[in-house]
Design a binder for this molecule. Structure first.
Ligand code: HEC
Ligand code: HEC
Ligand code: HEC
Ligand code: HEC
Ligand code: HEC
Ligand code: HEC
Ligand code: HEC
Ligand code: HEC
Length: 420
């Protein structure tokens, strides 16, 4: 009896000693070796909230890889890995537009005509569009092409391995993607009164609690990870506006997006636009988002003021569409008159904005593309982001100049054809 008791006691003692040792050894092995292999990465992790909360390397990468010879066994964490502990943010993210990034990129015909290094390799479209929980089919496609990284969207705003909330709260967290050619929201924001006030708060010239909205205040309010606005990127919506001319102009743009055929019938692309939620397709969808935004502005401005400011954005889209449609129609008529040849990769003898810059297109088509993708974007995005210079000089004024060029070039092309 005595001996039996002794055995149980010693067994318990052995367990008490070995269990922590085993876990210590596992945690320590990753960190210890990686302190030599990737020392500053480990330092980053040590600075994170994770390290103080027992979230170790193996919590995210698994524990199958444990030496140099089996690096291939390290798992790359997807959004689902983060969801194990952050279900709320995962669910919010899943309902937002960021979750559509990879899908919308792949929906474009141009994507499959460009080098993979810009897509799967992430040094181009894919660098910004690595947003969204990938489907099994999408994951398989990546694996088949031999790409193992960029499997996570959560580290796009709070980057690895600090995973810092403070970083994600700063407008800089959005800059890498929301900048440049067709969506310079960062530049527009930074030099708007909103951004200037934020900057002055940071440098201590304005009091710490001075009102200054960030991208996050307006687009991820209260830390909710669901992002969506009324108009969106393409600046088209359904149902068409009541104003007859504007409805006709939006229809012309929908044709140039290839969503409608030149004779106005819905094409397969409409389904793609629907699937990736690229435009609000009911009046309700649009109004819900607009109302949310006015409520956000109303924390600092009167609701009436905010509504009027946003109405200006809608009205400038209407006016920009007039210029845009005129230019599209001029080019479309050139195809009809035989003064311009249909590029081989176009479905129709009609401008196609979703093909971007491709060889085989003509200069007039490139000016038209830039007018839509760069200058029309800047015109209305500038108004929505309270940036006078982007809205006028980089937007509207450039559109007027584009239209002029299109007219001149069309004249030459027609003259050349007549002389043949
Ligand atoms: C004995 C050393 C050692 C141990 C222990 C170790 N690693 Fe590594 N690990 C390496 C080396 C070496 C590399 C390759 C680095 C390179 O490519 O420059 C690596 C690479 C990695 C990678 C990147 C893989 C890739 O495809 O780029 C991850 C993730 C990783 N380790 C996680 C872990 C985790 C998690 C543990 C613990 C369960 C761990 N490591 C334990 C040495 C180690
Ligand atoms: C909270 C989750 C999390 C923890 C904890 C974590 N990682 Fe990572 N790690 C990631 C994510 C996300 C990626 C990027 C995955 C991708 O690009 O597909 C990554 C990528 C890596 C890479 C390859 C990419 C690169 O930048 O070199 C290495 C190496 C790595 N981790 C090592 C470690 C080590 C070592 C630890 C522990 C000190 C650790 N990780 C802890 C989430 C984590
Ligand atoms: C095993 C559980 C676990 C996993 C897996 C995990 N986290 Fe965490 N995370 C935590 C805990 C615990 C904290 C600290 C307490 C808190 O804020 O909830 C934390 C905090 C955070 C924070 C806030 C940090 C701050 O500065 O306040 C961010 C951001 C974060 N995690 C992102 C991620 C991302 C992204 C992933 C996936 C790559 C991930 N986490 C995976 C448990 C986890
Ligand atoms: C610098 C980062 C970046 C690059 C590079 C980039 N995009 Fe984007 N893309 C974005 C952002 C940000 C948006 C959303 C802009 C907005 O709503 O104003 C976007 C919007 C889109 C949309 C519309 C999505 C929607 O729902 O309306 C498509 C489609 C798209 N991009 C495809 C591409 C393709 C294809 C490429 C490469 C030829 C590319 N993008 C290159 C960042 C980028
Ligand atoms: C003061 C609020 C506010 C701030 C700050 C703000 N935005 Fe916006 N944003 C808007 C409004 C309003 C719209 C248009 C909404 C609509 O369609 O009704 C918009 C639209 C967008 C769109 C869709 C396309 C477009 O430009 O119209 C993107 C993308 C975007 N914002 C990103 C950003 C980023 C990134 C930042 C920070 C660099 C930022 N925004 C700062 C209010 C804001
Ligand atoms: C578009 C940028 C962006 C992306 C992508 C993103 N986050 Fe965040 N995240 C933020 C912002 C901004 C905050 C700070 C919210 C706040 O102010 O409370 C944050 C905060 C967090 C926190 C800390 C919450 C708290 O209150 O302590 C966690 C956890 C987190 N995110 C997890 C995730 C996960 C998981 C994903 C991927 C499914 C993800 N995030 C993707 C911007 C982002
Ligand atoms: C890794 C790149 C990346 C980062 C970082 C990023 N975004 Fe985006 N964002 C995108 C892409 C890509 C899209 C277009 C998604 C799609 O195809 O629908 C987008 C779309 C948006 C939209 C447009 C929603 C709509 O309805 O059309 C808003 C608003 C937005 N992002 C806000 C932000 C804010 C705010 C931040 C910073 C906290 C941020 N994003 C950080 C890539 C990024
Ligand atoms: C966190 C507070 C805050 C939020 C939210 C906010 N603003 Fe502002 N906004 C300000 C402040 C402060 C100024 C500077 C006022 C001035 O110029 O005297 C400003 C300036 C402006 C300006 C520049 C014109 C002017 O009078 O100088 C416009 C336009 C504007 N806001 C529109 C909006 C719209 C539209 C929204 C919502 C999409 C919004 N703001 C959200 C605080 C805010």
């Amino acid at each position: 009896m005595k001996k039996y008791c002794f055995n149980i006691i010693s067994a318990v003692i052995v367990l008490i000693i070995t269990i922590p040792c085993l876990t210590w050894a596992e945690g320590e092995s990753c960190v210890k070796c990686h302190e030599k292999v990737t020392p500053l990465l480990v330092k980053d992790w040590k600075a994170s909230e994770h390290s103080g909360n027992d979230v170790t390397c193996s919590s995210c990468h698994g524990s199958s890889h444990n030496k140099k010879a089996n690096v291939g066994l390290a798992k790359m964490p997807t959004e689902t890995t983060c969801a194990e502990c952050h279900q709320e943010q995962f669910d919010q993210f899943a309902k937002g537009k960021h979750n559509m990034g990879w899908t919308s990129m792949n929906a474009l015909p141009v994507t499959h005509m460009e080098p993979d290094e810009f897509m799967e390799g992430g040094k181009g479209c894919g660098g910004c569009h690595n947003m969204g929980i990938k489907t099994e089919a999408q994951k398989k496609e990546l694996r088949d092409k031999g790409y193992t990284y960029r499997t996570n969207s959560c580290d796009e705003c709070h980057t690895r391995h600090t995973f810092s909330k403070k970083e994600a709260q700063d407008p800089k967290a959005c800059q890498t993607c929301h900048m440049g050619f067709d969506h310079p929201q960062y530049e527009m924001y930074e030099s708007s009164k909103h951004g200037v006030r934020y900057h002055l708060k940071e440098t201590g010239r304005l009091p710490e609690d001075a009102a200054a909205p960030t991208c996050q205040t307006c687009h991820l309010p209260k830390g909710i990870h669901t992002n969506k606005v009324a108009w969106g990127f393409l600046g088209v919506k359904l149902p068409l506006p009541n104003d007859k001319q504007w409805a006709a102009d939006q229809t012309t743009i929908l044709k140039a997006l290839g969503v409608l055929s030149p004779d106005g019938k819905p094409t397969g692309r409409l389904d793609i636009v629907k699937a990736a939620d690229m435009a609000r397709l009911t009046a309700k969808d649009w109004t819900v988002e607009r109302k949310k935004m006015i409520k956000i502005c109303s924390q600092c401005h009167s609701g009436k003021y905010a509504k009027k400011e946003l109405d200006k954005g809608d009205l400038i889209i209407k006016k920009a569409d007039r210029l845009m449609a005129e230019a599209i129609n001029i080019v479309a008529d050139l195809y009809k008159a035989g003064a311009l040849k249909k590029p081989a990769h176009y479905s129709y003898a009609y401008p196609d904005f979703l093909h971007f810059y491709q060889t085989g297109g003509s200069h007039i088509e490139q000016v038209l593309f830039k007018m839509y993708m760069k200058h029309r974007m800047r015109t209305y995005q500038g108004v929505f982001h309270a940036n006078p210079d982007y809205a006028y000089w980089y937007g509207w004024a450039a559109m007027v100049k584009d239209l002029d060029q299109v007219k001149q070039m069309a004249k030459c092309l027609r003259a050349k054809t007549a002389a043949k």
